[in-house]
Design a protein around this ligand. Sequence first.
Ligand code: SF4
Length: 110
Amino acid sequence: MKSKKQNESRDALSGTSSRRNFLKQAGGMAAGVVAIPLWFASRQAQAHPAYGHTPKSALQYQDKPKGNQKCSNCSLYIPGPSADAKGHCKVVAGEVSPQGWCSAWAPKSS
Ligand code: SF4
């Protein structure tokens, strides 16, 4: 039976140890590379508490206005970063278009 020191010497001579260490480190880095997007995705999925959770299909959501009713003039709309960008809704889950509409539309008070 070889001692630990003998194994280390053998590994150092053969390069096994450095390969093994490299593989361990690469595995750790790969896990980190995978974990960060998963963490970010889970944070996105939790979303803002003001955002709605009702599926679009339950409220007949569509990406176009219904007459002059549209998300951008709905009191439940949470605008995106620009007037044309998608925003969110206090009722419907996910992003909604400023030009969208659903059956929960409610006029903004003026
Ligand atoms: S029209 Fe519907 S989807 Fe659009 S903001 Fe209003 S409630 Fe939300």
